[in-house]
Design a protein around this ligand. Sequence first.
Ligand code: BGC
Length: 718
Amino acid sequence: MNKTNLTNLVNQMTLTEKVDQLLQLAAAFYSDKAEEKTGPMSDLGLNEDNINNAGTTLGISGAKEAIRVQKTYMEKNRLNIPTLLMADIVHGFRTIFPIPLALGSSWDLSVAEKMAEVSAKEAAVSGLHVTFSPMVDLVRDPRWGRVMESTGEDSFLNSRFAAAFVKGYQGDDLANDFSRVAACVKHFAAYGAAIGGRDYNTVNMSERQLRESYLPGYKAALDAGAKLVMTSFNVVDGVPATGNEWLFRDVLRDEFGFDGVVISDWGAVKEIVAHGVVADEKGAAELAIKAGVDIEMMTTCYSRYLAELIAEGRVAESLLDEAVLRILQLKNDLGLFENPYRGADEWLEAELILSDEHRQIAEEIAAKSIVLLKNEQILPLKRSEKVAIIGPAAQTQDILGAWSWQGKQSEAISLVTGARRLSKNIVVGQEVFDYFEPSQAAINEALALAKSADKVVLALGEQEWMSGEAASRSDITLPEAQLDLVKLVLAQNEQVVVTLYNGRPLDLRGIDGAKAIVEAWFPGTEGGTALAKILWGDYNPSARLSMSFPESVGQVPVYYNCDNTGRPYESDPDEKYVSKYLDVSNYAKYPFGFGLSYSQFDYESLTLEDQVMTEDRNLRGSVRVTNQSDVAGVETVQLYIYDKVGQVTRPVKELKGFYRVALAAKASQVVAFEIDESMLQYVHTNQKMSSDSGEFELLVGPNSRDLLKVTFALKKNR
Ligand code: BGC
């Protein structure tokens, strides 16, 4: 359908039909069992008509069910408008991939694109049309449980990942390629900056910081073509995002040129009342529609009050019409008017979902996401060594992570299962080992196994419920019982490798005695296979942290691109009156960009062809990277820039490029790069991007801490 036809369709709709088009309801409302929907219906004060005409749904899936719902819906819809099926497919549909924070650790954009493509394929054959992903909120506080959904603390890296996710989900031709789904970037904006890492808490930052650090990720997703934007639960400069006209009309629509659909987060329109900037739901509806929120998810402020607001002249009907048009446009972009069932296909569903091919991809992606944090000549393990695999996470299948709606733990491969496929020389316990309160029998058994083995893999971590939405923690160390276990095991055997499953950077005090630490995150369905292959050296670790691990939770937030301050710590850490703590350094335990490999990479000869660049003349440079080891590996060469004098204070370094380089044993490569003026721009006090003449440092190396340095200058004509 073209735009004129869609506009004609809007013109044929009654006011009630238009208002209903803005309502999104969850699966229960579409159940074919009457008893399942009556409760939710009366809770929300909805009648059958509202449900039959609600424009979109959330959380329905399965080809058979999707086809049934669509068929029933269209039979009842006077104008034959199809409904639209959305859900959270965040790191996989049924084949579960590592959590996004782990994907961020891959520093490999093809990983994100591939995982999104496979997720879309599985979701689309199950009848879904839209995924509420990617979540690109910049995160600096690991106490916040939702850091697991983000790719980390850096806006440059997040932006690159955001674009890759969108490309993978949407492909190039949504209207005809039914193996893809539309992407919804979230949560606009700055949800990741919740004070104290407490979920749903206030966000407070300057417009300049918002623009410089927080908005680029969303913008990158939009530039890559994301079809929808979801609002966030927080306030932006005191106004709830979901009713924030400046944020959605001025910035998102006018400045970023976004003409797709804006959807509220779950219940967020009604929550404007609790925020206290309107007195009632009617006020919330007014604010949200004026801000340009098209779809209200799971509350009914629009359904109840929009018509009234229009009749009273408080809201122009044109605002409703434009929202409806955008929703119909999205349905049209997905090809739903011609093909209301779109990709839903029971036969393909059986064929594709959790196929061997998808499992294999999940394994490879997990392997690229597992970060080797420490290794004192203990890894990789040898098949000739007797290895005890003990601890609460040894045999667990709780490795999928919080956004694995359709994933089944029973289909996940545990570490022990993965290890058994690799080595016959492993011993494991029979007792169930609890994460928090292990029985004495389980502890005794684990210690006996540890003593009997050459090496110990001590599998620790968080359970799925401990990260994700509404899962903030003030203490981000491992549970006490696990820390006790580390001590007891070390007393039996010093050859200990700790593996970790978790959804956030942890405060790792208490496991320092281990000779190796392997951060496996929540690695998804094939997590145990990938982790075992990393441990035994079948995969060489290549991942790098995309979010810093603090030395202690008291430093949080600790992130690499901090400001220098007027009393920099580096100037003299022993001096009292510098910006510091009395009891801990300012540094992360494992900084952004950090990760080890079984190869040994050395950096030398960082050079620039010139020392001065202009707006028209880029600077070319290079660095030599050599694999000194006998093992082939992949190195991520990271390029940072420090702007020594800015109009406003500049971070001590900012990531501006990275290059993944595969190097055979003993091989060496000159990695070339180019610096252009756009890389030196930042948001000035006029809220616009520009650069300044002056001196800069170029820093290149394997992580944000261990860097070679040269200086150069930018000379601008104006
Ligand atoms: C979350 C969103 C999610 C939505 C729908 C909300 O609680 O904040 O990220 O997309 O629920 O499930």
